[in-house]
Every structure is written in C-alpha cells, then in structure tokens.
Design a protein around this ligand. Structure first.
Ligand code: ATP
Ligand code: MG
Length: 435
C-alpha cells in the first residue's frame, strides 16, 4: 500500500498579487516502509512538501493521500488525527527545557494515548538506550550537546512507533559519526517496524540509506537522472580545488603523504556513498572531473616514492584489453589498448601480485609498445594491482624509473599500498559510472 500518494500537488504562498507558486504538480507514490531522501537546493520547496505531507499545512491544490487519508479538503480534525501517527524531527528540536531527557521522551509516548502510565518510564528509558543515551537519561536539554539533544528529539519521535517519520535536516547539527548513527537508527526503524521515513538532507554522505531519492528543483520533482546530475554537482563541489588540473597538481604535489592519504580517505568515502546511491548512473561531466583528479592522484603516487612517471591501466574484460588511462603526455582523447595479459601490467593482472623490475628491457614480459609510442625509456618498474570491493583486479598502477636509477623497494610498494585502497574506491566509483 502507498504511504504517500500525491497527484498534481501544488502549493502557493501569499495572497493577491503576492501569491507565488512554490510546488508544481508533484506526483509521488511512496510505498510503506521505504526510506525516501528529499534533496534539492535551498528554497526548492522541501520543507513545504514535508509540512503538507505531515498535515501541518492544508493542501490547496491536487490530491494528497497520506496513510490512507485524503488531505485535500479534509477537516482540521482529520489533520490532527493523522499527525498523531507521524513523528516529526526538525532541525530545531523543540525539546522542553525544564524537564529531563526521559521525561521529554515520555511526553512523546503519552500523546499517542497508546501506553499505560506505569509502562511509560521503562519504554522511554529503553528508547534512549537505543540511541546511545543511557548515560544521559536524567539530564535536561541545556546539559546536553547539540547532537545529544537531537538524539533525544529523535528518541521522542521514535518512542511512539509512528507509522511515518518526517525529518527535516535531522543530521545538520551533528558531526559525521553521530549523523551516521542517527540515520542508521532510522533505517532500523524502517526495517523492523515498517515505518515510512521521509528525510530532507543536504548531506550526501547519507544518500546510501535511501530506498529512493526525490529531488526538487524550483518546486518541481526531477527525474532520477536529473537528480544524479545534481548530486554530481554536489560531488564536484566537494572536489572543488581538485577541479582545475593546474591548481590540483600543485596543491596535491604539496601535500605530505599523510595529508594525501586523509584527502583520499575523505574523497573515497564520498565516492563510495555516491557509488551506492547512483550505481547505474552515467554522467560525462562527472567522469571528466574524476579523470582530472585521477591524473593528479596517480602522479602523486609517483612523487611519493620519487618515481619519474606514473601510469594507470584499466582492465576491460569485454574487449580483453588493458586501457591506458593516465600518463603524462597522453593525448587526452587517444585510447591506447594492449592485450589483457601482455606486458608487465598484464603479468600483474594474470598473477594478482605486484611486480618489481630493475631493468625492463632485460625482462621478457616487458612490452615496449608504450615506450615507442611516447619516445620514453623505461628502466625500473613497480606495478601494483588495484582491486575493487569484490576483490577483482580492475586496474594496475605502474610507476616507472626510480629517481636513483635503482630498483624500487618493498618499502616503496608499502608506501603506495598504504593509499591504494582509498584510490581504488574512487576509481571504482568512476569506472562504475562508466559502465
Ligand atoms: N510561510 C511562507 N510564506 C511565504 N513564502 C514561504 C513560506 N515558507 C517558505 N516560503 C518560500 O517558499 C519557498 C520554498 O521554501 P521551503 O522552506 O519549502 O524551501 P526548502 O527547500 O526547505 O529550503 P531550505 O533547504 O533552505 O530549507 C522559498 O522560496 C521560501 O522563501
Ligand atoms: Mg527547509
């Protein structure tokens, strides 16, 4: 059954000449028990939509059914009844300052009229425990941090086991870790109690919890593809500074190895969530941006171990070839391919092991094709497999010519491996989009 069903839902603010349309013909069909994330720029109408669905505002135009009730033209009484089945979490958490956490949660239980007085306390305590606040049961809001207060507010709305939970930016005042915990609590609620959850957020780190993403733009619902592109914009914003090749290169070149690693960690975490949220999507601008970033990352690997040059081969299983993606002087649009098991990169794919070679031209496996193509003279090589989360090798990074003319060392290999899992996630999200 649909928990939310809207047909040409529109909304206006103001009267007479000041009347302004805010929502335009919104069609939604949200099944029970889904987690829906509502995204969109500031002012696009997210909160307005949420307050209409939550019966906090009267429906003016179009049909809106929530939990089986038609909201268009319904009475205040019906709206009030409906609200009793809905939990609300707003950024300003509306806790009552004079009473403790547990009393705030008890209030949430009491308004439902579903619990006996003697059961209220036990139930409130157990809910607070479930959001990790067992140590803070008797504290008043002012004695709690912003994130803890937010969790009390969440506990209060979860306590009543609402059929639906509407949350407007619930993680806005939380750090990364507690924000994550909060949405995971909600996810559990949806799974265990079949609660339908609508979550407005700007936080693209939590997109992966969604069963679907609804994207609003100027009061209009956008298609999934449009929303992916818009999320790409967010992603690009995130990678700002990694956007222009010139700047990027200097900035990344100047990072210490540790700074480089944590930068990759940040980006790869985002990439992973993005990948999970949009695994079937494809967008050229996004790919181009990642390609530029990868160029800088790969070159940084070379710099870390003082190799002269770096290149990256992507495994293309369909055409059984390795595609050269990143190397200095590579004409941007040229697609250079070698057979999948040829050359040193091919040996890495075949054996799954890194390869260290002191003198390429003395090694039978070496394929001089790429050298010839670029007029380069390879001597030492360090070639390392890059695995996806499933463990399959999908790329090989090759570092060429150690600065001192000697062979690369185990220590060089360790240094590169140290950042490679992050790089792999970023790469994987890139190639995932490429499919
Ligand atoms: N009560 C109101 N009266 C008149 N205009 C309003 C009212 N509430 C919101 N608006 C306008 O309606 C538009 C949508 O507002 P809404 O709060 O739904 O946006 P939002 O997507 O939630 O934005 P944000 O991400 O900034 O919270 C905005 O242009 C806003 O200025
Ligand atoms: Mg809002």
């Amino acid at each position: 059954m649909s928990a939310i069903l809207s047909d040409s839902l529109s909304h206006f603010y103001g009267h007479g000449p000041l009347r302004k349309q805010i929502l335009f013909d919104i069609d939604l069909d949200i099944p029970e028990g889904e987690i829906v994330i509502v995204t969109g720029p500031s002012g696009s109408g997210k909160t307005t939509l949420l307050t209409l669905i939550g019966a906090l505002r009267s429906t003016q135009e179009g049909d809106l059914h929530v939990l089986g009730k038609q909201l268009k033209g319904c009475s205040q009484k019906v709206m009030a009844e409906l609200r009793r089945n809905i939990g609300f979490i707003f950024q300003q958490h509306n806790l009552i300052a004079a009473i403790s956490s547990v009393e705030n949660v008890e209030l949430g239980l009491r308004v439902t009229g579903r619990y006996r007085k003697k059961d209220l306390r036990d139930r409130a305590v157990s809910i607070l425990e479930s959001v990790g606040l067992s140590e803070r049961i008797f504290h008043k809001p002012e004695q709690l941090s912003g994130g803890q207060r937010q969790r009390v507010a969440i506990a209060r709305s979860l306590a009543a086991e609402p059929a639906m939970l509407l949350a407007d930016e619930p993680t806005a005042s939380l750090d990364k870790k507690s924000g994550r915990e909060v949405v995971e609590h909600m996810q559990r609620l949806a799974r265990e109690q079949g609660t339908t959850i609508l979550l407005v957020t700007h936080d693209n780190r939590i997109l992966d919890v969604a069963d679907r993403i609804v994207h609003l733009e100027d009061g209009r619902l956008m298609s999934f593809t449009d929303s992916v592109i818009s999320n790409n914009d967010q992603m690009m914003g995130l990678l700002a500074g990694v956007n222009e090749k010139q700047n990027t290169q200097t900035e990344i070149d100047n990072l210490s190895d540790q700074e480089f690693k944590s930068m990759l960690q940040n980006i790869s975490e985002e990439s992973l969530r993005f990948l999970e949220a949009t695994s079937l999507a494809s967008d050229h601008a996004f790919q181009a941006m990642l390609e530029r970033s990868l160029f800088a990352f790969t070159r940084k690997l070379a710099q870390m171990i003082r190799a002269d040059r770096a290149s990256l081969f992507l495994v293309d299983n369909t055409s059984e070839s390795l595609v050269l993606r990143v190397t200095e002087q590579l004409p941007v649009h040229e697609d250079i391919r070698i057979p999948i098991h040829s050359g040193i990169a091919g040996a890495v794919v075949k054996t799954g092991e890194p390869v260290i070679i002191a003198d390429a031209y003395k090694d039978d496996r070496f394929n001089a094709f790429v050298d010839k193509k670029f007029g380069y003279r390879t001597k030492s090589i360090l070639a390392i497999p890059i695995r996806n989360r499933g463990g399959a090798i999908f790329a090989v990074v090759q570092l060429l010519n150690r600065y001192d003319d000697n062979s690369f060392t185990q220590e060089d290999l360790n240094k590169v491996n140290n950042v490679l899992s992050e790089l792999a996630l970023i790469l994987e999200s890139w190639t995932g989009l490429n499919d």
